[in-house]
Write a protein that binds this ligand. Structure first.
Ligand code: CA
Length: 224
């Protein structure tokens, strides 16, 4: 397997050079961009395995770069390089689709640890699911939003897994009952609806106006 490639989008030349040297020394392939708009092009063209993304950038700021990459279906982990605490609030609060962040000035060892963790965790197969900023790992029973853990119950995972397996198709309440609850005592379609409600509250940006877990009136639910 070839070394993972990391795209660094950073406009401070010294920091960019230092990061590139350190990452190469660790055996990573390194790509660089010093503008936001150029970074998007490069990410979509070269498909790096991970992106380090500064926030204050010429061309387009890092928050918009991150949103745009996610909107275009770019799924690799993105770690934001933030300059100050107020930027952290925006990264975490705005649900821009980033996986993690480090605050400048950061130690290279801390950054390398974050990179390794992200590369390890990113599973681009059916074992994982990404819904905007939310990442779900079915094998490990872990759900995170921007690096923050979301607590899901076992049943909630099972419901989500069934919907994910049939992504884009309608899954009826009866089928959910049968496959998730089986012959457990007295579950009803109301049970299914309650679980869907809770999943939306945990995963959707606007639970009352869901983007991912849709109700198909009179039929069931669909994950899109
Ligand atoms: Ca900058």
């Amino acid at each position: 397997m070839s070394a993972p490639r990391i795209l660094i989008i950073e406009d401070e030349p010294d920091l960019l050079r230092g990061l590139a040297l350190n990452l190469k020394a660790e055996g990573y392939g390194v790509l660089t961009a010093s503008r936001g708009d150029a970074g998007i092009e490069q990410a979509l063209r070269d498909r790096p395995e991970l992106v380090l993304l500064d926030i204050m950038l010429p061309g387009m700021n890092g928050l918009d770069v991150c949103r745009e990459l996610r909107r275009k279906g770019f799924e690799a982990p993105i770690i934001m390089l933030t300059a100050k605490a107020e930027e952290v609030d925006r990264v975490v609060g705005l649900e821009i689709g980033a996986d993690d962040y480090v605050t400048k000035p950061f130690g290279i060892r801390e950054l390398l640890a974050r990179i390794r963790a992200r590369l390890r965790r990113h599973v681009p197969t059916a074992a994982g699911l990404r819904l905007g900023p939310v990442e779900i790992d079915f094998d490990k029973h872990e759900a995170t939003r921007g690096g923050q853990r979301i607590e899901l119950t076992g049943k909630e995972f099972d419901v989500l897994r069934l919907l994910a397996r049939h992504r884009g198709e309608i899954v009826t309440r009866d089928r959910l009952l049968e496959e998730v609850w089986g012959y457990e005592a007295y579950p009803t379609t109301r049970t299914v609806d309650n679980h869907i409600l809770r999943l939306r509250q945990k995963l959707e940006e606007d639970p009352s106006n869901p983007r991912y877990i849709l109700s198909i009136y009179g039929e069931g639910y669909k994950l899109v």
